[in-house]
Design a protein around this ligand. Structure first.
Ligand code: TYD
Length: 221
């Protein structure tokens, strides 16, 4: 049987550059000969992508914070069992764009549901699966959210209506994202062995170099 693979998650505010960095890391690891699975949350399975549509579409109105959290976990439980655990069992490196820390930051912090229900649901629904390494791309709220908005405007022309409407969270105010960032930093403080804060203010190339060094050191890849 292959040795268990490695599970690496990327976290950060909208517009922190996570997706770009995840792609760059995937390319570098594949170049080194590793088998890499790239996935995301909410989503990552056909059921999860349908849930994602409900969660992110701006026409979804009046969703209660608890329903929002439950849908995040419905997507995640399916994702863990259908994609992440099988890939790890095959010895693959799994790179996931957001995981349970996002729920702790956005629903626990942003929506003020607190940490406890998130950790309890994670234990019940996801077997308390923990990433081997979490890269938290950190930046000022104003900078990240502004970047996410600019990206959405710029992308409008070339995207389908479904894609360009992925902005229900990006419509939140600055106080909401302040709470999200605060919750992220608290997780990093609580679990320093797993969660590494990477300053997201550098160029994409500079940030990638920092992440490569971190992955090399932490996971001996
Ligand atoms: P994502 O596609 O990663 O957005 P971006 O590329 O702009 O960072 O994530 C979609 C949104 O879903 C994002 O605003 C954060 C939110 N989200 C939660 O609120 N809770 C969660 O558990 C997850 C996974 C995402």
């Amino acid at each position: 049987m292959a040795a268990r693979g490695k599970f690496i998650t990327f976290e950060g505010l909208d517009g922190s550059g996570k997706s770009t960095q995840l792609e760059k890391l995937a390319r570098s690891l594949r170049h080194q000969g590793h088998s890499v699975t790239v996935t995301r949350e909410p989503g990552g399975t056909s059921t999860g992508e349908k849930i994602r549509e409900v969660l992110l579409h701006s026409a979804t109105s009046g969703l209660s914070p608890f329903s929002e959290m439950a849908l995040m976990f419905a997507s995640r439980a399916q994702h863990v069992h259908e994609v992440i655990l099988p890939a790890l069992a095959e010895g693959r490196i799994v790179l996931c764009d957001r995981f349970t820390d996002s729920t702790e930051a956005y629903q626990g912090g942003g929506r003020k549901l607190g940490t406890k229900p998130v950790l309890q649901l994670h234990e019940i629904l996801c077997g308390n699966l923990q990433p081997d390494l979490t890269i938290l791309l950190d930046n000022e709220v104003a900078f990240s959210v502004e970047r996410a908005r600019r990206r959405n405007l710029k992308c409008k022309a070339g995207r389908s209506e479904k894609e360009r409407d992925e902005n229900r969270f990006e419509q939140e105010n600055r106080a909401f994202f302040g709470r999200v960032r605060h919750a992220y930093l608290a997780i990093a403080h609580r679990e320093p062995h797993r969660v590494h804060i990477v300053n997201a203010r550098g160029t994409p190339g500079e940030t990638h170099a920092v992440i490569m060094e971190l992955v090399r050191k932490k996971l001996k890849l």
